[in-house]
Design a protein around this ligand. Structure first.
Ligand code: SAH
Length: 235
């Protein structure tokens, strides 16, 4: 799918977390910030503690069966999602999880076409499994390793989704020519000076011959893909 096929829309992302401060910086700078400023995307960060019980706004409890570590309770999450759903319908309710679907460019492309999504960040030992069974429509992992919470993982997927929404990057072709978008890794890029410390930029890039440059970039992209991600060429 190319960006041209995308429906132009303003996307809304609601992130549910017990640690909102972990998301503030990554989602308030650079391309994501500009996309928010331009209203290409609305991002709302909600503190699950607002739905917690009692003076301590409790949202976690010991796990049944005696495993160590606290588990995020179903009730605050259920109530929070319910309140959001009263306002609008959601295309996906995503849980960030180390055992979820491994995140990829194609999943970022797919999600960037959605209108409204919720992303739930786990913490502690994880979340009450009934949330996953009854409320979640998709589970996403950013890799086979365990983080302390879903916030950094959510920031990773939101960044990759937002930067490809039309309007987020002023030069959209730039997002299209990134690695993975056309099934190949990106070719090397260089900038001035043309020579530094005796290390030269490839002559062809200075030639001004656009056809030759395009051929060289394609060759490089194929060679790098063969070397670094051979499995991409088999797909
Ligand atoms: N006990 C769980 C791990 C909990 S880690 C297990 O073994 O599977 C705490 C939280 O961090 C999780 O609820 C999840 O939201 C998030 N998390 C950890 N690693 C992640 C990963 N690789 N990708 C996405 N989210 C992750």
């Amino acid at each position: 799918m190319t960006i041209q096929n995308y429906k132009l829309q303003n996307m809304r992302i609601d992130i549910l977390t017990v640690a909102p401060e972990l998301l503030e910086s990554p989602l308030n700078h650079s391309i994501v910030k500009r996309a928010r400023d331009k209203n290409v995307v609305e991002i709302h960060i909600h503190n699950i503690h607002d739905y917690g019980k009692g003076n301590y706004r409790q949202v976690d409890d010991y796990s049944f069966g005696g495993d160590s570590g606290m588990v995020l309770m179903i009730e605050p999450v259920f109530n929070m999602i319910n309140d959001l759903k009263k306002e609008r319908s959601y295309d996906e309710i995503i849980y960030m999880s180390p055992d979820g679907l491994l995140f990829s460019q194609s999943e970022a492309n797919r999600l960037s076409t959605k209108a409204n999504i919720i992303i739930l960040c786990g913490h502690f030992k994880g979340i009450d499994h009934r949330i996953r069974e009854h409320l979640i429509t998709r589970e996403i992992s950013i890799g086979n390793y365990v983080l302390s919470g879903g916030e950094l993982a959510a920031a990773v997927i939101v960044d990759s989704i937002v930067r490809i929404i039309p309007g987020a990057i002023s030069d959209e072709t730039s997002a299209l020519s990134d690695s993975f978008q056309d099934g190949l890794l990106a070719p090397p890029v260089y900038t001035r000076p043309a020579e530094f410390n005796g290390w030269k930029v490839p002559d062809v890039l200075l030639s001004g011959n656009h056809k030759k440059i395009a051929e060289w970039q394609e060759e490089q992209a194929i060679a790098r893909t063969k070397l670094l991600r051979p499995e991409m060429l088999n797909d």
